[in-house]
Design a protein. Structure first.
Length: 540
């Protein structure tokens, strides 16, 4: 006789931000707590969300989880979804980890009221922040009321964003490392300024793996800080108490507050200190409108220039600014080849707008302002599904133009250090071979040693016709397909909105042409690679 076993009642969905043990414990806790109220309730299949509660965000059920889809389109796709899913659709969809979460986990943390900060999505910027603020009322209305399961779970579990992890392993508790050196990767004549950065991890307790990223807390350029203070007409030595404690105005602006894109709160403040057309213009900017077509270029200093009659008190001014956020960089070293230190590959951002030089905060901090032996606050961001195959014999194909080469340099150094037998194929490209062939000697050495099986190069400014990595993929389509059919893992690192999508399109074309797949089947082939963990992306 077959015994019928009733499956345990699942009150916490698999998509909830808890471990399997936590979900099991919470389900049992709620079952005991709610008792008779659960009699007759239907057991849920694994992954199924309780019908009584709203669905949490989950990558597996998020058609908008694509960084190339504009925000408006993503929100339209989530129109009929739960509040948590709408919050996820507002994120930049890069799963970059700069906020300390994946996009889905950040959305769920906000929805479950365990994360109050709405400005952590660095790639989404003000566009994401505005949408998250707009959704706040909907989140409050849709959040489950106690004693519903999700609300009790939110109270019972520790806050992912608020909890402070071990030193060096979360943005809330960075470790202090030592800046060792910088080396220019571009030869004379290059239009870019790219640096190889070395940082000493001794004493930090940080233990990283290839594929991980390093978070770094930068400081604003002193010249910019001094110009902002002069524009305010304030004293740099004035001591101001803020959420970061007491410090001089200059020190606050150097290390605590962002001076990039002017936040809505600053425009709101400026609107209170002006009148007439200027006030209406500041109010429009605070609402995300662009009355003069210059919003994209209005950093904090430019905002002060735009409203010369509005000069807030220093303390109120600081309250209107966003905190200075850490920056994440893909690690370009291997702990097995480079013990005790970490390296980064960083493009220094510089451009002029209306005769004023603009600087990338972290990139120029690393590229020019940090002195050797200076202390720098860092933390490790573990990779989300981006790393070498478990089997060192598995072949890998890596596509990383520009600074996208960073994690693949790490991969190659790791495989060389452990003498992994798997074949390695790198697609690298940039503007000009003479000036922009990063790590040329190292890559050629790896090729001569048989570590780098194939090296395919693409230069967009050499010759009359621009050539990109996706063009080289198509030219070598038959071999790419053969490697994939032999079990190769495929990796891409770099620009999320253009290059990564072009690489995906090239891979779909290869599957269609060399694999004889229909267009729909070629798309399904790529989806299957992703699901199997054989297509991994580190995009930004």
């Amino acid at each position: 006789m077959t015994q019928h076993v009733t499956p345990p009642l699942v009150l916490i969905p698999e998509s909830a931000p808890f471990t399997a043990d936590q979900r099991a414990w919470l389900s049992g806790y709620f079952a005991a707590l709610l008792g008779p109220a659960l009699e007759g309730a239907t057991a849920l299949a694994p992954g199924e969300v309780p019908a009584a509660g709203p669905a949490l965000a989950d990558n597996g059920d998020a058609p908008w989880h694509d960084p190339s889809i504009p925000l408006g389109d993503r929100m339209a796709m989530a129109t009929e979804r739960s509040a948590a899913q709408k919050l996820m659709a507002a994120m930049a969809q890069q799963d970059c980890g700069q906020c300390g979460y994946t996009c889905a986990d950040y959305a769920n943390a906000i929805f479950l009221r365990k994360e109050e900060r709405l400005n952590l999505c660095q790639p989404g910027g003000k566009e994401t922040l505005r949408m998250l603020k707009k959704l706040e009322a909907e989140v409050a209305g849709a959040a489950p009321a106690a004693p519903a399961a999700a609300a009790i779970a939110a109270e019972a579990a520790p806050a992912a964003g608020a909890a402070t992890g071990p030193s060096g392993y979360c943005r809330e508790n960075p470790a202090e490392a030592v800046f060792l050196s910088r080396r220019r990767l571009n030869a004379p004549g290059g239009e870019k300024e790219t640096w190889h950065i070395e940082i000493d991890l001794a004493g930090t307790g940080i233990d990283y793996a290839v594929g991980d990223s390093l978070g770094l807390f930068p400081a604003n350029a002193p010249a910019l800080v001094d110009t902002v203070i002069a524009e305010l007409g304030a004293r740099p030595e004035r001591v101001v108490a803020t959420r970061f404690g007491e410090a001089t105005l200059r020190d606050h602006l150097l290390g605590h507050y962002a001076l990039g894109a002017a936040p809505d709160g600053l425009f709101q403040l400026l609107s209170l200190l002006t009148s007439g057309p200027a006030r209406r213009k500041a109010q429009a900017l605070a609402a995300g409108e662009d009355p003069d077509g210059d919003l994209a270029h209005l950093d904090v200093l430019a905002a002060l220039h735009k409203f010369p009659g509005a000069r807030p008190d220093a303390e109120v001014f600081l309250e209107a600014l966003d905190p200075l956020q850490p920056r994440l960089y893909s690690i370009s070293s291997s702990p097995k080849a480079d013990p005790g230190r970490v390296s980064l590959t960083v493009d220094a951002v510089r451009y002029s707008h209306r005769s004023r030089l603009r600087l990338g905060v972290a990139s120029t901090h690393l590229g020019e302002r940090l002195a050797e032996a200076a202390k720098v606050k860092v933390y490790l961001q573990k990779a989300h599904g981006f790393g070498l195959p478990d089997d060192p014999g598995t072949p890998i194909i890596m596509v990383g133009p520009g600074t996208g080469i960073a994690p693949f340099r790490a991969f190659l150094r790791e495989r060389a250090a452990v003498k992994a037998p798997g074949r390695n194929w790198l697609f690298f490209g940039h503007q000009r071979q003479a000036s922009d062939f990063f790590y040329r000697d190292e890559l050629n050495g790896l090729k001569e040693a048989g570590i780098l099986t194939r090296l395919s190069l693409a230069w967009s400014r050499d010759g009359g016709e621009k050539t990109y990595v996706q063009d080289r993929m198509r030219e070598n389509g038959r071999e790419v397909w053969r490697w994939l059919e032999e079990g190769a893992h495929f990796y891409v690192c770099g620009d999320a909105k253009r290059m990564a999508k072009d690489v995906e399109r090239a891979l779909i074309d290869i599957a269609a042409k060399e694999g004889g797949r229909s267009p729909d089947d070629a798309v399904a082939y790529l989806a299957a690679l992703k699901k199997a963990g054989r297509y991994q992306a580190d995009v930004y």
